[in-house]
Design a protein around this ligand. Structure first.
Ligand SMILES: NC(=O)c1ccc[n+]([C@@H]2O[C@H](COP(=O)([O-])OP(=O)(O)OC[C@H]3O[C@@H](n4cnc5c(N)ncnc54)[C@H](O)[C@@H]3O)[C@@H](O)[C@H]2O)c1
Length: 404
């Protein structure tokens, strides 16, 4: 019996639970450490998830590149590194030796792991698949803060019963082009998919479909939903409000979330996709700097007094997109407000400081987020839309490079 097996057996009485153990940062080097030191790190950092009788050791951090999975069947010499690292390495054109490649987890394995985790918390298969597909897609596109990293948040909400994994959204009111939906506190991806599919359906007959939902949960990468519309040849727009993290210009406490906006436009075989938070940066980027012990750039965050800070330890609120007032941060503040109006206020959901605070430990309180989903059939307008979109893309791509 290996040391690893003995370690697992000590945990055998855990049932469908996530055990919280002290969290500390692990550097990438953990992946190449000796077996014994890995075991020590695991004991200090790991969570055990019991999925249908199989114990999984999830050894992961919020820095996505440091995510690795170790399953019961995995021998100690074969630490499985998340597929996120595959993508990152590919992006950086890093060459990997054969032994490193063998240690990588495939997209399918990552998806399966997440589905099993959701099912262990009573989520029906079809809902678990939708949620896992969204998280995998976020990692695949390089938005690591909204991929596997979010799994812990969602599982803890499910375990605290502040999210109902089996809930199915229902339409409260509709016209040929609009619908108001109650998300019934289900999983964000399930609700988001339902609403975007409904918007697409309406745009097929009315030319435009606009859906607002209340009683929703964190719906992950906002760009996922316009991407659904683009597959149908439609323009897609989606926004969500989120827990307060951003201090409005001239304020020293958070009153708006990172409130992302995503707009997707098809262009034949090409497309345009904007998917961005309306804060200067996502919170995860500050966490990363904190772990690395490095400063953050001016304009990302402010301290408890309301002054801009470059010390991640002092960061209390995020600054809006643009940063300080002198750098037009009030435009980011304005954009975040527009998101809250078109989502929380228009849907009759929570907004601003009415939204709960949320972290990886989950929350006992329901989120009741508001979201909006729009699909537009471009054929309702200029027949040269596609040609002109392709032309716009190439003009932008071919603009003279700035080498400074
Ligand atoms: N559900 C939620 O509550 C929530 C909240 C906030 C953010 N998010 C998601 O987090 C993810 C990350 O958001 P973010 O704002 O940190 O994204 P980001 O800053 O990485 O990118 C924002 C946009 O800018 C583009 N971009 C990035 N670098 C670029 C460059 N150098 N040149 C040109 N374009 C560039 C990206 O393609 C993207 O469209 C998104 O998927 C977003 O939807 C979700």
């Amino acid at each position: 019996m290996t040391l690893f097996d003995r370690f697992l057996q000590k945990q055998f009485d855990f049932k469908f639970a996530v055990k919280k153990v002290k969290k500390i940062s692990i550097k990438m080097s953990v992946l190449v450490k000796t077996t014994t030191s890995i075991i020590k790190e695991i004991k200090n950092n790991a969570k055990i998830v019991n999925i249908c009788g199989i114990k999984y050791l999830c050894n992961y951090k919020h820095i996505s590149s440091n995510y690795c999975l170790i399953s019961k069947e995995t021998s100690l010499s074969k630490i499985l590194i998340s597929f996120q690292n595959v993508i990152q390495n590919q992006r950086r054109n890093m060459s990997m030796c054969e032994s490193q490649k063998q240690e990588l987890v495939s997209v399918n394995e990552s998806r399966r792991f997440m589905i099993d985790c959701f099912k262990a918390f009573g989520v029906p298969q079809i809902h678990a698949e939708q949620q896992a597909d969204l998280l995998v897609a976020a990692d695949y596109r390089g938005h690591f803060s909204h991929g596997l990293n979010r799994l812990e948040y969602y599982l803890n909400d499910l375990s605290k019963k502040s999210t109902d994994g089996a809930a199915v959204p229902k339409i409260l009111k509709e016209t040929p082009a609009t619908a108001w939906v109650d998300g019934c506190n289900g999983l964000g991806a399930v609700i988001g998919n339902f609403c975007m599919d409904l918007a697409i359906k309406k745009s097929k007959t009315a030319g435009v479909g606009w859906v607002c939902v209340k009683n929703s949960n964190h719906y992950g990468m906002a760009g996922w939903y316009p991407m659904k519309a683009m597959k149908e040849g439609f323009v897609g727009i989606s926004m969500t409000n989120t827990s307060p993290l951003m201090a409005p210009t001239r304020a020293k406490e958070a009153a708006l979330g990172t409130n992302p906006i995503a707009v997707g436009v098809p262009a034949g075989d090409d497309h345009f996709l904007l998917d961005m938070a309306t804060t200067a940066v996502a919170l995860g980027k500050i966490e990363i700097q904190r772990r690395k012990g490095e400063d953050i750039p001016e304009g990302w965050a402010q301290n408890v007094e309301g002054a801009s800070t470059t010390d991640p330890e002092q960061a209390c609120c995020l600054m809006p997109l643009g940063g300080a007032e002198g750098n037009s941060g009030y435009k980011g503040y304005g954009l975040a407000s527009v998101v809250d109006i078109l989502t929380g206020v228009m849907a009759g959901a929570n907004y601003s400081t009415k939204i709960r605070k949320w972290n990886a430990l989950g929350c006992n309180e329901q989120a009741d987020l508001g979201q909006m989903f729009v699909a537009i059939n471009p054929n309702c307008f200029d027949p040269d839309f596609e040609t002109n979109m392709c032309d716009l893309n190439s003009r932008l791509r071919n603009s003279k490079p700035n080498l400074f």
